[in-house]
Design a protein around this ligand. Structure first.
Ligand code: CU
Length: 242
């Protein structure tokens, strides 16, 4: 009888330890926008959606939640010139990213029918371009990659470029395939998601690649200070002599 009691006590102890463990794990779970629109802000309730991008919040550990947006900055040795996806430019030329090799690339992902963030991102790109001296500008390519390749055809992109006075040679607009676009966004750690038949939610990010195609800098947000971005562009770009 005594033995049985010991076994039962042992069993109860084990069960209560288990429940404790579970409680601990649950206490460590919070909810957060998968795009970190509100940076490190968390919710205790998983039934809400992000007030910024409208995506459902997802469960993360408290440690994961503390890692802010800036953690996306990846300085890997991988080059975007290794990507073999095919793209169409606004001039209706078919290219691969490696065709842009040798220049510093300043890249943003947008879609032309966006009426909220993208017009600001376009202005941010132009503000950066305005700060790059002419002799450097020859070795820098400003690239706008569409996240809505169905709508943003080369003709459409050309129209957009003209309208926004971005049709100088150092501007390039790219339309890819759905797959190629998604793959490219992943290499930037950039997230986007269709939220209605015509609209997307997306991260707001301008990325700088050195002439070897390695990611060297990312500017996050809208209308943010661009000094760091410009400094990085000048650091990795050789001015042209003529
Ligand atoms: Cu947008």
């Amino acid at each position: 009888m005594r033995n049985i009691l010991i076994v039962i006590c042992g069993f109860l102890l084990a069960v209560s330890c288990n429940t404790n463990d579970k409680r601990q794990t649950n206490a460590n779970v919070v909810y957060q926008c998968p795009m970190k629109c509100e940076d490190t802000k968390t919710y205790t309730n998983g039934d809400v959606s992000c007030p910024v991008c409208k995506m459902d919040v997802k469960a993360v550990t408290k440690e994961e939640a503390k890692v802010g947006n800036a953690s996306h900055i990846v300085t890997k040795d991988e080059s975007i010139f290794d990507l073999t996806s095919q793209w169409n430019t606004e001039e209706d030329e078919s290219i691969q990213l490696k065709d842009l090799k040798g220049k510093t690339l300043v890249i943003v992902m947008i879609y032309t029918s966006c009426r909220t963030a993208c017009p600001l991102l376009v202005q941010d790109m132009k503000a950066i371009e305005a700060k790059v001296p002419k002799d450097y500008l020859k070795n820098v390519q400003f690239v706008l990659v569409s996240i809505d390749p169905k709508v943003d055809t080369p003709a459409h992109l050309k129209e957009f470029a003209k309208f926004n006075k971005m049709d100088d040679e150092h501007w390039t607009f790219l339309q890819g395939t759905e797959e190629g676009t998604r793959e490219f966004a992943n290499t930037l750690a950039l997230k986007y998601k269709r939220i209605s038949p015509i609209d997307f939610s997306h991260s707001n990010m301008i990325s700088v690649f050195n002439p070897k195609g390695e990611l060297v800098y990312q500017q996050e947000g809208l209308r943010v200070e661009n000094e760091g971005t410009v400094a990085k562009i000048l650091e990795v770009t050789k001015p042209s002599l003529n």
